[in-house]
Structure formats: C-alpha cells, structure tokens
Design a protein around this ligand. Structure first.
Ligand SMILES: [Zn+2]
Length: 312
C-alpha cells in the first residue's frame, strides 16, 4: 500500500486568533504523533499545491471566493483578523492556506485516480464541511471534500462517489452542495441537537445524515454504520470515497459530548476500506475536518492512518 500524507506549512499560518480551538497547533499535534508512533516514515509525504480559482468555482460562487480572497489579502503585512462570521475569521495568510487545503484534496484525488498512490490523508486547515456553495462558516472557508468529489466527477468523469463524514457536527455545507446531485451519496452521523442545528430534515434524497444524542459512544455509532451506512453505500456502489475526517466525536474532545475512542476510528476506517475495496478499487481521499483536543486528535489520526496504510 502507498498512503500519501498531504500538508503544507501555509496551513499553519491561517490563525483565527488567540484561544480559537481551530488552531495551527492541531496540525503540529498530528505530525508529532505520527513521528512518535513511528508511522511517519512509512507514509508518502507530499506538499499540497495551490488550488486555482477555477477549481473553487466548481463548488463555490465567485462572490464567495472574492469575499474570502479580498478580506484576507487586505490584511497583508498586518497581524489583523477579519471576522466572516462569529466563529470564522481570516488573517493575511488565510487565502493561501485555503488554496493549499483545497489543493491538497484535489491533488490527492488526481494521484489516487492515476494509480500513483492507493489512498491519501490531507492534514489541512481551514477545514471544509460547513462551507456551503455561497458561505464560509463554522471554521470552514472552502469545502475541500466537496471540491475533490466534484473534481472526480467532472474532471475525471467518475459516475458515482460517496462522502463519508464522521465529524461530530453535521456537514451542512456538503449536504447543501450535493442535495440535488444523485451521483453523490453522503453518509454521516452527528450529535443532535448541536451546531449547526441542521441535518434532521434532508435537503435532497442522496444524504443519510443520522442524528445521535449527546453521550452516545462507539457502540451506538457502530450499530448505525452497520445497519444504515453500509447498506446505502453498497447500493450506491461508489467509484471513489471521500472522507470528511473530523475527530471531535472523541471522548476527550470538549467541543462536543460524544464518546468515541481511537478503536472506534480504527473500526470506522476499516468499514470504509472494505467498501472501497469492493466497489472503488480502494480509492479513498480523506481530509481533516474537526478535532480539538490535541492529544486525542493526534492519536485518532494515527489510528485512521494505520488502517489506510494497511499497518493494522
Ligand atoms: Zn466538527
């Protein structure tokens, strides 16, 4: 197996201010834990290129792209921060970081489809799954996974893909973007009621977003995956799987109140690998979303990557 690890130093320069949980330290925690667990040297390290504005425009409106670019670049040479919403800000480096984050997902998709690598994890920020076609929100600027999925469909001509979202929050942006696109099946679970307070009334018929109550643990998640996600994925027969890999459902993550542990991320990743092996020639591109307890995040990404790289 060749598993690529995409990241870029620019992704650590996007900073939404002191004390913001979506911090540059998250990527450092992942890199440190990969080294400590000795799997770092077994991965194919790749540098994320910059996405083009034309790539972003496959999902996002030109007005939204311009809004992010202009507010970020207006801060060049300053330490200022501009709030796009109460949770989501840009600094001078955010535009470049967002292009790297999207660029990682797109380059990973190209490399997996070319057969150059088996699968990939993109350790990038800003994350993406709350970003809609028209609005950055919820720590997200552009929807990296949605961009990659649409790239696979429209540039590479795939006919069916799936998006698996195991972040603790509902991926409202991804659902909205693909609500009327039957080529894309989205499966997720999310703590409910909880930010962004959506997901219980489907926007289209191709999303299986399953609300779970606070304090649910891995057994609840494993049961819903087995009973609901896997049959839906089997029926859809995706030719490639994209993962919105958020690790904020971890028991130690104070952002939410769910009870997953590393073994649950191992199990989840195995299920995704099996569907991919059966229908998608093993093709998986996974992108970091949430995960705010730095220790739990690092350990959970290691658990995820060990399965992707067939090391466990
Ligand atoms: Zn989240």
């Amino acid at each position: 197996m060749t598993t690529a690890f995409y990241t870029h130093p620019d992704c650590k320069l996007h900073d939404m201010g002191p004390g913001h949980p979506e911090s540059p330290a998250r990527l450092q925690a992942i890199e440190d834990q990969l080294i400590a667990s000795r799997i770092d040297q077994l991965l194919d390290h790749r540098t994320a290129p910059l996405a083009l504005e034309d790539d972003l425009a496959r999902v996002h409106s030109t007005a939204m792209i311009a809004r992010v670019r202009e507010h970020s670049l207006a801060l060049a040479g300053t330490a200022g921060i501009y709030p796009l919403d109460p949770d989501t800000s840009v600094n001078a480096h955010s535009w470049q970081a967002a292009l790297r984050a999207a660029g990682a997902a797109l380059a990973a998709t190209d490399a997996v489809i070319a057969g150059d690598i088996d699968n990939a994890f993109c350790a990038v920020r800003p994350p993406g799954h709350h970003a809609t076609a028209h609005t950055p929100m919820g720590f997200c600027l552009f929807n990296n996974v949605a961009l990659a999925a649409r790239h696979a469909l429209e540039v590479h001509g795939l006919e069916r893909v799936a998006i698996v979202d195991f972040d603790v929050h509902h991926g409202n942006g991804t659902e909205q973007i693909f609500a009327h696109d039957p080529r894309v099946l989205m499966v997720s679970f999310f703590q409910h009621p909880f930010y962004p307070f959506s997901g219980t009334e489907p926007e289209g018929s191709h999303a299986l977003n399953i609300p779970v109550s606070a304090y649910s643990d891995g057994s609840v998640v494993r049961q819903l995956v087995t009973e609901q996600w896997l049959p839906a994925l089997e029926a859809h027969r995706p030719q490639m799987i994209f993962v919105s890999a958020g690790f904020d459902a971890h028991r130690e993550d104070d952002m939410a109140q769910m009870g997953l542990v590393e073994a649950d991320y191992t199990w989840l990743t195995r299920q995704i690998m099996q569907v991919a092996a059966q229908h998608a020639q093993g093709r998986i591109v996974s992108c970091l979303e949430g995960g705010y307890n730095l220790s739990a995040l690092g350990r959970s990404v290691v658990a995820h990557m060990k399965v992707l790289a067939d090391l466990e």
